[in-house]
Ligand binder design. Sequence first.
Ligand code: OGA
Ligand code: MN
Length: 290
Amino acid sequence: MGVEIRQVGECFAGEVTGIDLTEPLSTENVNAIHEGMDKYAVLTFREQPLTAEEQLAFSKQLGDIEHAIGTSLREDKDARLPSTFADVSNLDKEDRPFDINDRRRLFAIGNRLWHSDSSFKVVPAKYSILHAISIPSKGGNTEFAHMPSAYDALDDEIKEELDGLICEHSQIFSRQQVGFTDFTDEEIDRFKPVRQTLIRKHPATGRKSLYLSSHAGRIDGLSVPDAKLLLLDLVNHATQQKFVYVHEWQKGDLVMWDNRQTMHRVRPFPVDEPRDMRRTTIVGDGPTVV
Ligand code: OGA
Ligand code: MN
């Protein structure tokens, strides 16, 4: 039986069946996954109980791994996973949920804002591959918004206005939105803004999309309030229900998304319950600004 993909969202997102991710992928299946990602932007795989090593081995067959170094407030000595993983769990080194006011948690819940992974890096992420080890009793869905559809739905006049605009992205800007501002000098230096185009074209599909992310906080040539209000309008437009797919997690799910054509966010869940999620990330093809 070969790989099959069934569309599960209104305008994007597909569920993949007929594949065991613990096995080395055939060239045919590698191609089917890339083609599926280009077409659906989000792919879900149910019942894939992978070890960390198996997730990494699967991911490496799809491209180069982006390392998570210096991107969170977790210190190296507290790491639960090697830098080939982004630890997006709510757990400390002893697998206990962070206290409600733990600085690491307050920073991490910035993921509840719509974003595209690593848009704060000069070369932002291509694919994110998130695996559910344990999930809370309620909440914690991940929502995805389809940016090519959002772009297509804009008026021509607005498309023209946005053409050529460059945004600055930093994790400081996303955290500012939720009132988390107590960064150390070292962190301010580490989270220096990078520039990204506001409109991007997908290299495989040729479709244009809005490259939005909560990390975007400034736009070249605009005042900060003008930039923030424009970004707010665009995010509100792009995240209308008709452009959104909601993933309700089951333990053992693996979900992959293309950060070049989607934004995502996680929804709230009980703070005292473990939510153990491991992310591997495939590096992007290059900077968006030349
Ligand atoms: C991520 C992320 C959402 C979630 O892994 O990049 O934003 O549901 N996670 O944990
Ligand atoms: Mn993310």
